[in-house]
Design a protein. Structure first.
Length: 327
């Protein structure tokens, strides 16, 4: 084993210190030396670099609810030597800037704002004296708050939901279907519901359950921030029913009879809903006033109403014979 290691050592030594490889090693040494010199010269020049600085809102009273929280990071453009900038970027993490709640909160408006000048001053304290802070983004920080005033609001779906062919959306459900909203009294009075972020679910035939976020509203805190939504499609079936024709605007002492007295109404409905649909839920009428204004051998029929959940309801025939009798 020892002889084998000795042989390997000799082979490596002979390879590295051969005349050709000596020249290559000398080349690498001077390449490294020149690269180091270039790096030192470069880092000694002045640059501008955007650096992220964490910010924290402190001394928030326990009875205060932040309805829109302040951003937790600002981006500061710093001008300094490359050595200093490298220290900020690759060195220890920059200590957070602490923003005192009581200094900037306006109790009357429920709004607090930290102006640009204050941000620049506080951010500059996180860098050495030789470093110059020339810009901060965003140019201001703001936050909204209240003292626990809230309201329960229902959730509504927003977006594009289209079931597959021959299906329709029979039911939508949310968990929870009511959320707690914190905001100023004026804002709470203006809100009637909370929407989800726009969703796009198309061409589905089975139940879909998803977690979706609620749409953010400036100055408003919503609890929880997201909900589960259930989409329940049902297959459409083509059905028909015989519905009695009714006369409207009839004067006293007269009766209008149609032939036939019942007409067929065709419609589409979910398979699970069909058992709840009855002929009495449809309204088909003939208007006596129209007959008097436009006398004819036949009268026009109109489908005035149909039950909830029924789609594409229409009459199989639109005119029938009639007879007006004097009582």
């Amino acid at each position: 084993m020892e002889n084998r290691l000795t042989k390997i050592y000799r082979v490596v030594r002979n390879f590295l210190f051969s005349s050709v490889n000596k020249e290559f090693l000398i080349f690498l040494f001077f390449l490294f030396l020149s690269g180091t010199f270039w790096l030192v010269m470069t880092l000694n020049e002045t640059f501008e670099q955007e650096i992220s600085v964490p910010v924290r809102l402190v001394n928030v009273p326990k009875n205060v609810v932040l309805t829109t929280e302040m951003e937790d990071t600002v981006r500061v453009t710093v001008r300094d030597k490359g050595f200093a900038l490298a220290t900020y970027i690759y060195g220890d993490r920059i200590a957070p800037v602490s923003i005192n709640y009581t200094t900037y909160a306006n109790r009357q408006t429920g709004y607090g704002v930290v102006p640009t000048a204050d941000l620049l001053k506080m951010a500059s304290q996180r860098f050495t004296g030789a470093s110059k802070v020339i810009q901060v983004k965003p140019d201001k920080l703001d936050f909204y708050f209240n003292y626990g005033v809230s309201k329960q609001l229902p959730v509504r779906m927003s977006g594009n939901v289209v079931p597959g062919r021959s299906y329709y959306l029979a039911r939508t459900r949310f968990w929870p279907d009511v959320v707690t909203v914190y905001a100023s009294k004026r804002t709470l009075d203006s809100l009637r519901y909370v929407k989800t972020v726009p969703i796009n679910i198309v061409n589905f035939g089975d139940t879909v359950i998803r977690t979706v976020a609620l749409e953010k509203i400036k100055g408003v805190k919503i609890v929880p921030k997201d909900v589960r939504i259930g989409l329940y499609p049902d297959i459409l079936t083509e059905e028909s029913m015989d519905v009695t024709v009714k006369a409207i605007n009839m004067p006293e002492g007269k009766v209008l009879r149609t032939f036939p007295s019942r007409v067929k109404v065709n419609f589409s409905v979910g398979a699970s809903m069909f058992r709840n649909v009855s002929a009495e839920q449809f309204t088909v009428v003939v208007d006596y006033n129209e007959i008097m204004e436009h006398p004819s051998d036949k009268c026009n029929l109109y489908l005035k109403s149909s039950p909830h959940g029924v789609r594409n309801a229409h009459l199989q025939i639109n005119q029938v014979d009639y007879l007006i009798e004097q009582q």
